[in-house]
Design a binder for this molecule. Structure first.
Ligand code: SF4
Length: 345
């Protein structure tokens, strides 16, 4: 929200001033910056929300990166509350029972640590029901994104970054599922009515990496003028967890979070992108090299070159950031995107 509302760039220096490097996650630095400045974009939604509420406990998972851990430890020190976490595997090739058991055991250990804090016993049936609702949410979100395989596509990556909100923060709550059921109906109606998200869609692209949150509108408009639709992305797909199984909640959550793109090795990531390229019928891939997020920037070990040389799929790398607009040159990105699309013609 701080990024999309273009508040982040001004807030990041506040976190830098207390020792967080400008090179680390700009979600972290902008969020801590907002806390230090005593503001939150949530007060525009509800003015009673003044900032981050005081938690009883903080729970992190390192499967995105270590930044989340350090971020939560900072709040833990601020609020003087316990911080617990799950440490996941990285660079995973084949997902094995050893991975799944390792993560499932950590989750079970969390239950033991959280019970005294919550002051009540863990109820397996509540967890099973939550996993069931989450699985439905995940399936609906996948169906929503899959509608973009239709030519012309009824939605864009830029729409997806906003529409994914309920799958991110309300997964496990039936209201998210109701939202996606309505959305799916609308997208299917668009497909039957021949309504394209980009009028006169001529080219279809895949977006690999983080969005540039403060430039969603500009990038969407630029693509529209170029008759190009970014039809799919790794980022929006990150909220699809098809391994969830309410009958084996711990093991299936462990599997889902270990199968996730971000924790896989390069060849598993390529297999995944190959399938996306085929399914969404894309003409080229844009890799966003996000300065403060090496974890979600997959251009740094030769992948775009491999796609160009070995798979004959055009690729473009743009430099930028998710939240810190000082790292993004709009003119340069625009010129590069225009030239890239001209080559596709
Ligand atoms: S994966 Fe990237 S954007 Fe996400 S928390 Fe880690 S550094 Fe930040």
């Amino acid at each position: 929200m701080l990024g999309a509302a273009r508040l982040a760039t001004d807030l990041i220096p506040r976190a830098n001033a207390i020792g967080f490097s400008p090179d680390i996650c700009s979600y972290l630095t902008s969020d801590i910056g907002a806390y230090l400045a005593g503001i939150t974009p949530m007060s525009k939604v509800d003015e009673r929300i003044k900032g981050v509420p005081k938690p009883d406990v903080l729970v992190y998972n390192t499967n995105q990166c270590r930044d989340v851990q350090d971020w939560f430890f900072w709040y833990g020190r601020q609020f003087k509350v316990p911080v617990l976490g799950i440490h996941t595997y990285r660079g995973v090739g084949e997902v094995t029972d050893i991975h799944i058991e390792g993560i499932a055991r950590q989750m079970k250990q969390l239950v033991r640590e959280l019970e005294p804090i919550a002051g009540r016993k863990f109820d397996i049936d509540v967890l099973k029901e939550t996993v069931r609702i989450s699985r439905r949410c995940s399936d609906l979100w996948k169906e929503v994104l899959d509608t973009a395989s239709h030519v012309p596509a009824p939605l864009t990556f830029f729409d997806g970054t906003i529409l994914m909100g309920p799958a991110v923060v309300l997964r496990g709550d039936p209201r998210a599922n109701t939202f996606y059921e309505h959305l799916l109906g609308e997208l299917r109606a668009r497909i039957s009515g021949g309504v394209a998200a980009v009028d006169g869609e001529k080219f279809r692209l895949y977006w690999e990496g983080m969005p540039v949150w403060g430039k969603l509108r500009d990038n969407a408009t630029l693509m529209m003028t170029l008759k190009t639709n970014v039809v799919a992305s790794t980022y929006c797909n990150s909220w699809i967890f098809q391994a969830f199984d309410p009958e084996a909640p711990f093991e299936s959550m462990a599997k889902a979070y270990t199968e996730l793109f971000i924790v896989r090795n390069e060849s598993e990531k390529e297999k995944y992108i190959d399938e996306m390229v085929r399914f969404f019928k894309v003409d080229g891939i844009i890799f966003h090299d996000a300065k403060t997020c090496p974890n979600n920037s997959n251009n740094r070990y030769g992948m775009p070159e491999r796609y160009r040389r070995e798979k004959n799929i055009p690729t473009l790398v743009i430099n930028g950031d998710l939240n810190d607009l000082r790292c993004y040159s709009e003119e340069q990105a625009k010129t590069n995107i225009e030239a890239f699309i001209e080559q596709l013609a």
